[in-house]
Design a binder for this molecule. Structure first.
Ligand code: 5GP
Length: 193
């Protein structure tokens, strides 16, 4: 997605070996106009896929996932990272190691929001080693629902996530694919959309 790649070049900051900071338009301050285009791009790709729900993980997946859900006219569910006393029945959980926080946490979705008839599009802001997406897949499959694909805003193609998810049999569709960082600059490879 050209608009996204241009924005990454303009406002993204490479941190260390493998982190891209995009807090001015995606992970902290959010550019809703860009998110609207993100929503349209995924909706265009998946409009005929028979999807029933969009699933993401808090916090930074919520903004893009909501715009994808709006464009597809579907409900959006986000997995929660902290235990919540109001979530007291039928909780589906998975353990997820956070790439950026370097801690493992239990993420959960209330079972009543997923059913065996559901065909799910997972959306997340970043794909690194695939642990967040893998946890979401485990939760969705506990409900007997089916994951159709994993949609990613920014894929770091030099990490293991895509390989892991494809090996498990889930198509990955990314709007921007980062091939490498060179002298603090992002070098892209061809994106899926
Ligand atoms: P994974 O589970 O694929 O290893 O990592 C994906 C998660 O880690 C995403 O949900 C995202 O929040 C975070 N993440 C991974 N890499 C980056 C990065 O380079 N920059 C930012 N801002 N977040 C990242």
């Amino acid at each position: 997605m050209k608009l996204l790649e241009e924005r990454i070049l303009k406002d993204g900051n490479v941190l260390g070996e493998n982190i891209l900071k995009v807090d001015s338009f995606l992970t902290h301050q959010v550019d809703y106009q860009l998110m609207k285009e993100v929503g349209k791009a995924f909706a265009n790709r998946f409009k005929d896929a028979g999807l029933t729900k969009v699933v993401t993980i808090e916090a930074s997946g919520i903004a893009p996932a909501l715009y994808v859900a709006e464009a597809l006219e579907l409900p959006m569910i986000f997995a929660k990272k902290a235990k919540n006393i109001t979530m007291n029945e039928g909780i589906l959980t998975a353990e997820v190691y956070s790439f950026t926080k370097q801690v493992t946490s239990t993420v959960s979705i209330a079972g009543k929001f997923l059913s065996p008839d559901d065909r799910i599009l997972i959306i997340d802001d970043f794909l690194a080693n695939g642990q967040a997406a893998k946890g979401l897949i485990q939760i969705i499959e506990q409900a007997g629902a089916r994951v159709e694909a994993v949609g990613i805003v920014i894929e770091k193609s030099f990490q293991e996530g895509r390989g892991l998810l494809e090996e498990l049999g889930y198509p990955v569709v990314s709007l921007a694919r980062l091939d490498r960082f060179e002298n603090g600059q992002v070098v892209f490879k061809e994106a899926d959309i």
